[in-house]
Design a protein around this ligand. Structure first.
Ligand code: IMP
Length: 423
């Protein structure tokens, strides 16, 4: 019996999709417990790139059961698009009857609320995630199981539509919600997806002996409780949040893989102490292809931040790290790593809750030697032989010894082959 969690240790986009796909070869079930189509996972198999937003990455392996857990918010329209794109070359899918539905009005509200917040907007991709979780919390939500019960679905819509219309009117969007149209749409989703909707918690419990992988979406630092509030997502991308969302006892998680890039990126707004708005930042963005999978937006890039990672480690208890995109830093003379912050009020060792204080933080760096730029084939050959440039080993040792967590996987490129398993 083994449950393993793959967690984004930074702000999301750490390369969890690839790491999940790699580790999914060892398990029978892959579960997403939180988030929705705000996520963007790119998995490259035999040179072919697959972009997933809503479906667990495990769906790309035909022998795996992919589960969308109760803690997710599901946009059925997006789900059907992704299923169609994958065609027959995929595993089976089970969607929790308890997962909440992202309705078209959630997307409208997401846009309207972001616009209303002006400088305080989180920079959401507009997928309706916050409003869907909001309806869940205020008990106006519609669950996947409700799509299968005509009477329940109608009652839910009769309650939520007038309230949502009032909100849209308040924001002056000019949108008109038609209850019958929404009912027909939602009922048609239910009819199409009926055979995939069921009891996810029970299915996981029954499959524990074949190994279960909990696949995180987003990253610890946009956790609703522990992230850079209000520039956060509306769920908890921590092992605790993933266990809750999947419907398993947290104590069952035996192994927690923290995925971190060798540097840091961010797609949304909010303070970012190690951000580089110079040629090095450009290098990271260009070589690393740092453009959002969901929105195509250029990602903000900066040096690795140990203060962030120490906060992540406290929340997640990583048993090992997967360090990705080491190839991207190749060719830089020096590598900087932030180990503390300088503020007008003195030195800061721990990640602050206050965004005012975070905005005042100047990184204190340690400088390490850079490593050569190698071609993808050279990285793959070095990974296969286990003989990495000495400077890469020094960087890994610096990171892992400071954090007190060993490295389990190193990644040098998008392909499955550009991966080195150390443990
Ligand atoms: P939401 O999750 O769509 O509500 O967006 C809230 C914030 O989280 C925004 O700053 C998004 O850019 C960010 N965000 C949401 N999902 C991801 C992700 O998968 N990777 C990186 N950032 C994300």
């Amino acid at each position: 019996m083994s449950v393993l969690a793959v967690v984004g240790a930074q702000w999301g986009d750490e390369g969890k999709g690839k790491i999940t796909d790699w580790l999914a070869g060892d398990v029978g079930t892959v579960v997403r417990g939180q988030g929705g189509s705000n996520a963007g996972h790119t998995v490259v198999i035999d040179g072919e790139s697959h972009k997933l937003h809503l479906l667990p990455s495990g769906i790309l392996r035909s022998e795996v059961l992919a589960i969308a857990g109760a803690g997710m918010v599901i946009d059925p329209e997006q789900l059907l698009v992704e299923l169609e794109q994958l065609g027959d070359s995929r595993g089976k899918l089970l969607i929790s009857e308890r997962a909440h539905v992202v309705m078209p009005y959630h997307r409208l509200l997401d846009g309207a609320e972001e616009r209303a917040k002006e400088g305080g907007a989180a920079g959401t991709p507009g997928k309706g995630i916050g409003p869907a979780y909001g309806d869940r919390a205020t008990r106006f939500g519609i669950r996947m199981g409700d799509l299968l019960e005509p009477q329940t679905l109608r009652e839910r819509l009769e309650r939520v539509v007038p309230r949502t219309q009032a909100l849209l009117d308040y924001y002056g969007t000019g949108d008109r919600l038609e209850l019958e149209q929404l009912y027909d749409l939602a009922a048609s989703w239910g009819a199409t997806l009926e055979s995939s909707i069921g009891n996810a918690s029970l299915a996981i419990a029954e499959r524990l002996d074949r190994g279960v992988l909990l696949e995180g979406a987003q990253g610890v630092h946009i956790d609703i409780d522990h992230g850079i509030y209000p520039f956060v997502t509306s769920s908890s991308p921590t092992p605790a949040g993933m266990a809750q969302g999947a419907g398993i006892a947290p104590g069952l998680i035996e192994r927690v893989v923290g995925v971190t890039k060798a540097y840091v990126t961010r797609v949304g707004t909010g303070p970012f102490p190690t951000e580089l708005e110079d040629a090095t930042g450009e290098h990271m963005r260009d070589v690393g292809g740092e453009f959002g999978t969901t929105t195509g937006r250029p990602r903000r890039c900066g040096w690795l931040d140990m203060v962030m990672l120490e906060h992540s480690q406290r929340l997640c208890g990583f048993s090992e790290l997967a360090i990705t995109k080491l190839d991207v830093l190749g060719g830089l003379d020096e590598i900087q790593v932030c180990t503390a912050y300088e503020t007008p009020h003195g030195r800061l060792e721990h990640f602050p809750a206050s965004m005012t204080l975070l905005a005042e933080c100047t990184p204190i760096y340690e400088t390490l030697a850079g490593w050569p730029a190698l071609s993808p084939a050279e990285w793959q050959a070095a990974a296969a032989a286990g003989s990495l440039p000495a400077e890469v080993n020094d960087f890994i040792t610096f990171l892992t010894s400071r954090l007190g967590v060993p490295a389990g996987l190193l990644s040098f490129g998008p392909d499955r082959e550009a991966t080195l398993r150390l443990r």
